[in-house]
Design a binder for this molecule. Sequence first.
Ligand SMILES: Cc1cc2nc3c(=O)[nH]c(=O)nc-3n(C[C@H](O)[C@H](O)[C@H](O)COP(=O)(O)O)c2cc1C
Length: 420
Amino acid sequence: MPMQRLSNKRVLLGVTGSIAAYKAADVIRRLREAGAEVRVVMTEGAKAFVTPLTFQALSGSPVHENLLDKEAEAAMGHIELARWADVILIAPASANSLTGLAHGRADELLHAVCLASDVPLAIAPAMNKHMWADPATQENVRLLAQRGVIFIGPDSGEQACGDVGEGRMIDSETIVARITELFSVGSLSGLTLLVTAGPTREALDPVRYLSNHSSGKMGYAIAEAAIEAGAKVILVSGPVALETPDRVTRINVESAADMEAAVKEQITAAEIFVSTAAVADYRPVNVQQEKIKKKENRITLELEKNTDILAMVKADYAKTFCVGFAAETQDLENYARAKLKQKNIEMIAANLVGSAATKTSGTFNSDLNELNVYWQGGETKLELGSKTKLARQLVALIAQRFSLHEINVQNENNVISLKQ
Ligand SMILES: Cc1cc2nc3c(=O)[nH]c(=O)nc-3n(C[C@H](O)[C@H](O)[C@H](O)COP(=O)(O)O)c2cc1C
């Protein structure tokens, strides 16, 4: 009996009109063996290759096939299906379905479900080598990959049509292994993640301070999600009214200078640094020893710049994988990308705050958020959702980008050693 690494997980399997549609039967069998609950959505095209009855028998549930059918919608319609799934896997994915997905079409039940869902989407393409190599297909793949869609395969080899080349569906064992990895609680196992959260307080006198509205919720949710993903987590926290998540090591700080000192002390233990804290950019030059008295009609506060903790970490500990947060009131992408470049960090998660954000989310102190995540050469949008859900998605993305980053660093080292 294989390890039930997908127990409690709900996989929505999309089957499209490819000659490889029969191979979906083996994918279902392996998913179920791994403990997953499987529901199947078939396109019209797929039904020309395999009957829904086959997949119904193998998955143990009725197959979903119609979008504009009132009976089907009453049972489990496209929105329910989208909500039901923990992951959507399309195997095999035809060239035609890649076009539909890349261009946001919703005329097939499967495509409508994908549009309505915000869970990870994994795609195992299957087609003739010329169809796969066609610039239109490649452009669709690029578009989808850029949006965070996970491609599994295709494989190279002999094809049903007699051609030999790239395009055949990768074996079902590999597909199920990749789906398992997506949920793998160990995606950050063996790693230490240092996260800062909350506001800082910059003292004016013994009773007053300058601060901001940060609640710390996003950082705490990331700490929790990173624990779930198997990391050791150190949380450097400004003053917030939140409970420490289980198994997280929390270090409390007040001012930006305290936070800087705590981060410096802990950073050498961490491979990943996530900076969510709303660190004050400035602090008062003079902190009054006694309470400032209400005498003058007008007083002037002189401020000096605090250290940029994230930039400091990247500059002094270059190997650390650094993730920043940018809260902007306008022109999100430009500001976020500028920060990414200027601080030389690996990833930045950006959100709108202030009046521009109120239409959708509150961000500061809200339980909801939405994030645009940018890295060099790519980006993805994490749609409006609870901070817990977004944190899980962000941690999965961090794990993914971190492992690619490690491979690149290793490659660079190999190139350097070859040159020497
Ligand atoms: C015998 C046969 C085999 C086919 N195999 C594939 C295939 O492997 N991959 C593919 O992308 N299209 C293949 N097609 C074309 C698709 O079935 C066709 O584009 C269909 O519209 C796809 O529908 P769907 O994407 O809605 O499922 C095949 C067509 C035929 C007649």
